[in-house]
Ligand binder design. Sequence first.
Ligand SMILES: [Zn+2]
Length: 500
Amino acid sequence: MASLLPADIYRHQNGLKHINVSNSDGFSALFVVNTPIFDNSGVAHAVEHMVFRGSTAFPQPETLFQLTSLTDAKINASTFANTTYFHCQSQCAHTFMLAVNYLLNGLFNPIFNAEDLPCEIHDGNDKGVIYQELIASEQAEQKSTEESSNNKNDKNNFCYGGISASIGDLSLSDLTGFHQRFYQASNITLVTANADIEQISYLMTLLPKQSKQIQGHTQDNAQKRTQKNKNNEHHQKKYPAAINKLIAHYHLWLHTPYYQKIEDYKEIKQTEKFLVCNTDSLAILPHSNLIPSLVTLSNKLVKDTINEQAIDAGISAMAIKGMGIKKPANKTLLPNLFNKLCRQAKKQLTINELSQNKANCHPNHVGVSDQRNALWLTNIGATEQVLATMTSYIISAYPKFLAPRCQGLCYATQALTIEKSAYLAIYNAFDVNPDTRLKEVTLCLLTLSQDKHFISMSLALAKIKYCQIEQVNNNQAMSITPTDISTYLQTLANSHHPKV
Ligand SMILES: [Zn+2]
């Protein structure tokens, strides 16, 4: 049951309302943007995607995926009829602040440029992340409508995500206009758990100045619309428990007249605390392909780990303690969408193993696909589980690996270990050409195996993430070298299919 004290509610200098609660869920944040939708253009959905694609401080589209693959941070968003939610979670205070900073910059200073629209939205042919997403959801909807006999078509409901046939019509000025109108601090509410509000306040002072709000819209109108429409609550099932609690706190605040009447929420005093986002430590090597903040974070976490190590030999156990870890972060699972392909791939791997005894070949990996999805799967040896899991984090952060997603050729892509690290899986969901993607896997793994610089930069974070997620004192994890990763990548790429 959500409860809220007036003392938990603050107002930042830029007008952003901030509710901060204490609980035992680790660190989490939910930005609620009032984004009422009046048509099927999908403009709110497109702006949501552009917030993640790049900001002045985090200009690269790979950043989101590097943050989520090399740290325990979970970052996501969804667009509903009246609101857009952006949220993040971490068990580590430093990582959490980096994720909040990433979201703040995206929300208030996203980059809208013409070259990004064909990749993130639709190029008019078959490219575009949102286009892939809409086609998939339209196909799923069609299927469920065919299956259920009661076809209720509510004409008053707009397709708030947009429609695949018209999403490509959105122009740069549609996006900037919508952003300027609704992404104002006074139109956004932040709900956090266990956050350092002064640090967040300080992060906001670092943001470039926003242009003034366009007339004709007030926060009150948007809030009234939100109050009338409780659609959002239907969607809570898909969120992690910690984010659901923040949503409940937000609705409690929104629907309680008492809170709405309070005019003077607590002002936050400005401090200039040490922040992990400052580029304060080691020099950053050029062309690392990692954002400077991740390199800084890595240096900081490694330093913490070493300091703790001096006191106690239990390296990662102490590192976890030092980072304020309360409970294990959720492990990443293969999306349900891949259940059928995964069964098919495992079967194929078993067949290959059996035939290996007869012929002299090394059928260690298989690639399977359907019309829109590709799955590459390989067995992991009993002694390789730690190595394989860390390698999967590094693959998922590699720009060449992320290129199909950033170019709008698929909706999602990731490398991960599944089923208690029995398999390493690489998937591309809603892909323009799944078979091409499967063919590219080997070359991508080989290219990464030669990129020693990227491997060593990302390995430090991968080790810390591994220890956080597995909650183990794992000396094997800490002793893995860049050469181990490189060699393992070559092994993965070089195993051959049996001759047909
Ligand atoms: Zn989307």
